[in-house]
Write a protein that binds this ligand. Sequence first.
Ligand code: 6PG
Length: 250
Amino acid sequence: MSERSHRVRVYPTRANLSDAVADQFASVVRESIDQRESCHIVLAGGSTPRGLYERVAKRSDIDWSRVQFFWGDERCVDPSSTESNYRMAREALLDQVPVGNDKIHRIPAEKNPVDAAREYEATVRAALASAPEARFDLVLLGMGDDGHTASLFPNTAALHETTRWVVANSVPQLAATRITMTTTALNTARQAWFLVCGDDKAGKLTEVLEGPRSTDQLPSQLIQPTDGELTWHVDTSAASLLTLALQEPA
Ligand code: 6PG
């Protein structure tokens, strides 16, 4: 992993992680609103974040009127599909809290992928135009057992995109195309948080955090906020092979 700083916070269980990160989520949102009158959040897909979203949805200490939501990636499916990252976040969080639809920026992944990526990039840039800086306050990410994050999969073209914020990424290992934010976008984060749970992630997490930098094979290593903080929130199962002393028992 790059020598740039990052924190690894280890939680006993997935549920403990979701509880604690929900508290930290609320703190980040409040601080962002206090300092910048807004909070721009990139949501992660997959299954791990659902517990966090469900807990955050129950909080009464967040001014949702100031929050805008984006997605780091999306499968090329209809928003009603059970595969949709948008649908998961809608069910677990967005349908439970008073956020205006004008502040929920869905990736139009039912469209032609190239068109959808170009359209979403314009949407993101327009939404951030009113922010003090064109950057995200909080980026949530998962990590696959192959080291991918968002839809930045090993040995795919999107890993090397340095200008665009959103691209259509052909993923041969899935025989699919995904829409994904690039590291150019994701690394604008003030706070970038990985949420990683389960012993099936332990080996790859150790490679990403303790192994040599090998970003084509370990795309999660590409996440290094340019001017922000990176935190890995992991449960003890995922952390079981880590030797790094910098683990912080949470
Ligand atoms: C997706 C996600 C992807 C996910 C990882 C981990 O669209 O699937 O963006 O990057 O975060 O694959 O997924 P789990 O949380 O389900 O393990």
